[in-house]
Design a protein around this ligand. Structure first.
Ligand code: ADP
Length: 354
């Protein structure tokens, strides 16, 4: 039997809902904060309760992502406008009081169905990711062999083959090297997607500093100028944050214009999220590619013009989403791009030592 949590400040509505729902579902009433840690498949909340506990409720929803934990808001029409600006982040469906039994049942069933689909989708995604991991892993060995034997061929028959044969062998080595890079990136992507996400107190400023040290040679070679504002201390996975910043900064340099790269990194807090942005003065991106560039292996340029595998931004997107945020860009072609990602401020660590 599906479990429903009632979080209603209005006690008369709580009693009414109990009566209407107990025949079909296991119904619990919210007692204290611990009630939110119990397993449930749907929560019915009213405006007052939502307003009082919005951040706990959002955290509870996020804890189940990518599986949908539906929230149904019970409200009188005037209430709905007063509740919160971010209503769509907190609830999936609204029922206006007075409650109509049939309508309530139907909406609950639709939400429960959506939850079931999201469970199935998450399972099949996980299977696909595991499959991608195993395939990539197992492909490494035969590829390594092809490379070794081709190099041996070159060594042994260097002066016995003609120029055309040498050229063909070069193509083989190039192809194998590129496939090896793709596979190694795919493995990185699979690692980011799988397993449990461990969050620790992460000083994004310190993480960025390390990234800049690691990239110092690249920055020097390109005469890049970096400007950094304050970055927050958050609960996040440090090594994944490092990966995101490193990918964005490397791209800001790779897709540079003829002028020396100028990269500005800053963070802005707005209500429930920190937005961290990496701005460059590079070649920019046409707005129609807004979705495409975050898809695995999607690139806008030929390999010979800008080398790469097209996985860096897909990795960034996966990491940011797993942290409960999102990533996007704004750009004017020829003028530069700003890549931004948000992280929930609810995951912010105490500001010790800042
Ligand atoms: P890769 O860098 O290996 O091509 P990414 O996933 O990092 O893969 O980027 C995907 C595509 O997005 C790039 O091929 C490029 O066309 C575009 N892109 C990413 N970052 C920038 C940037 N800072 N400026 C311009 N284009 C960019």
């Amino acid at each position: 039997m599906k479990q429903i949590l009632l979080l209603l400040e209005n006690k008369a509505n709580a009693r009414l809902l109990q009566e209407l729902l107990q025949e079909h579902y296991q119904v619990y009433h919210y007692q204290d904060e611990a009630s939110l840690n119990l397993p449930f498949d749907l929560c019915v909340v009213d405006g007052l309760a939502l307003k009082q506990r919005q951040s706990q409720l959002q955290m509870r929803r996020q804890s189940e992502e990518p599986i949908l934990l539906p929230f149904l808001l019970l409200t009188s029409r005037p209430d709905v406008r007063m509740i919160t600006d971010d209503l769509r982040l907190s609830v999936d469906e609204v029922i206006i009081t007075p409650i109509e039994k049939m309508e309530l049942r139907l909406r609950i069933e639709v939400l429960l169905r959506a939850r079931r689909f999201s469970v199935e989708l998450a399972c099949s995604n996980q299977e696909l990711e595991e499959f991608a991991y195993i395939i990539s892993h197992d492909l490494q060995e035969p590829l390594r062999q092809i490379k070794i034997f081709t190099e041996l061929l070159v060594k042994r028959y260097r002066n016995h083959l003609d120029e055309q044969a040498d050229q063909l062998i070069n193509y083989i080595i190039e192809g194998v090297t590129r496939t090896q890079n793709l596979i190694s990136d795919l493995l990185t992507y699979s690692r980011v997607s799988g397993g449990e996400l461990t969050l620790e107190t992460t000083d994004l400023g310190a993480v960025l500093h390390q990234v800049l040290v690691d990239l110092s040679r690249l920055l020097e070679e390109n005469q890049a100028m970096i400007r950094v504002d304050y970055l927050p201390i958050l609960k996040a996975n440090s090594s994944q944050m490092r990966q995101v910043l490193q990918n964005l900064i490397t791209n800001a340099i790779k897709f540079r214009s003829p002028q020396p790269p100028l990269i500005q990194i800053e963070a802005i807090r707005n209500d429930q999220f920190w937005t961290i942005s990496v701005q460059d003065n590079g070649i920019g991106i046409e707005p129609q590619y807004a979705e495409q560039i975050f898809v695995i292996f999607q690139r806008l340029h030929h390999q010979r013009v800008y080398p790469g595998t097209g996985i860096g931004l897909a990795i960034c997107k996966k990491i940011v989403q797993r942290h409960g945020g999102r990533i996007w860009f704004e750009s004017e072609p020829g003028q530069g791009s700003v890549f931004s990602f948000s992280l929930p401020a609810s995951a912010e660590a105490p500001a010790s030592g800042v």
